[in-house]
Design a protein around this ligand. Structure first.
Ligand code: MF3
Ligand code: CO
Length: 263
């Protein structure tokens, strides 16, 4: 499958959608504290998405015969991705919470994720967050015109494994645009110089999912929540990136406070 190249209009619309996704995420981060439920975060996310004139790309998202039931994905500790918010899930000090926000705005999709610690966390978990975040930066830095997707994958895997953690194999990053998942797939593991060539005008969701223990995952009986098989904590950081002749540009950057609310 060929990788969609966005034209000027598509890029402008991707900028808007990604700014909305990032602004929603930015507004959720400070709400993460002990005693808050993942349903509280869901409701705040749902309201921010609406306030910014967008729609959740997750709500009603179809996978097989199931439809995702919430506006946000909120994954705690050993939950990797697609955690379903719940009023029964109360955050406690030492937890980590991955917030994954995907919005639809004017026909285009912005996708980003961030893992937030709940108060102080153990040194090992603190390192997990730092390494995953740095792995995302290193991956983005490889998203240069003329490079290949495998260069991104390799940079992420190499750094994560050198730090003693593992990259999830069962889920991958992806192209993003008029739909949530477009070509190419962007695994967080792979070999340099392999895969599709990067050209200007691609919009790529790069998203390392990193486990403190082994990489194996399984899906819970709710049909959505992906957890680490050995029960160790998992972190997830994601940006949507535009490839340009001048290098990668992160599109999921929040708007300044004064322009956040579109009326
Ligand atoms: N960022 C997630 C993904 O790319 C969001 C999925 S929304 C859900 O898979 F509906 F599947 F949960
Ligand atoms: Co994604």
């Amino acid at each position: 499958m060929t990788i969609p190249i966005k034209d000027k209009t598509g890029i402008a619309k991707m900028r808007e959608a990604c700014a909305v996704a990032a602004t929603v995420l930015e507004n959720l981060k400070p709400l993460v504290r002990p005693g808050v439920t993942t349903q509280d975060l869901e409701e705040a996310g749902r309201d921010w998405i609406a306030r910014l004139g967008a729609r959740s790309a997750c709500y009603g998202y179809q996978h097989g015969s199931r439809r995702y039931p919430a506006h946000t994905c909120i994954s705690v500790n050993d939950e990797v991705v697609h955690g379903i918010p719940s009023f029964r899930r109360i955050l406690r000090e030492g937890d980590i919470v991955s917030l994954d926000i995907v919005v639809w705005h004017d026909g285009y999709i912005g996708d980003n994720a961030f893992t937030v610690p709940v108060g102080p966390v153990s040194p090992a978990v603190e390192k997990l967050l730092r390494v995953t975040r740095e792995a995302l930066d290193l991956g983005i830095r490889q998203a240069q015109v003329g490079h290949r997707i495998g260069d991104v994958s390799h940079a992420i895997q190499q750094f994560v494994e050198a730090n003693g953690f593992s990259v999830v194999r069962d889920m991958v990053g992806h192209g993003v645009g008029v739909s949530m998942h477009e070509p190419p797939e962007i695994p967080n593991f792979g070999r340099k110089g392999t895969g599709d060539k990067i050209k200007p005008g691609m919009t790529l969701a790069i998203e390392p999912m990193v486990n403190l223990g082994a990489y194996k995952t399984k899906t819970l009986s709710d049909g959505w929540t992906v957890v680490v098989a050995d029960g160790t904590p998992s972190a997830h950081f994601e940006h949507t990136v535009l490839t340009t002749e001048r290098g990668p540009e992160i599109l999921t950057i929040p708007r300044p406070a004064a322009t956040q609310v579109s009326t």
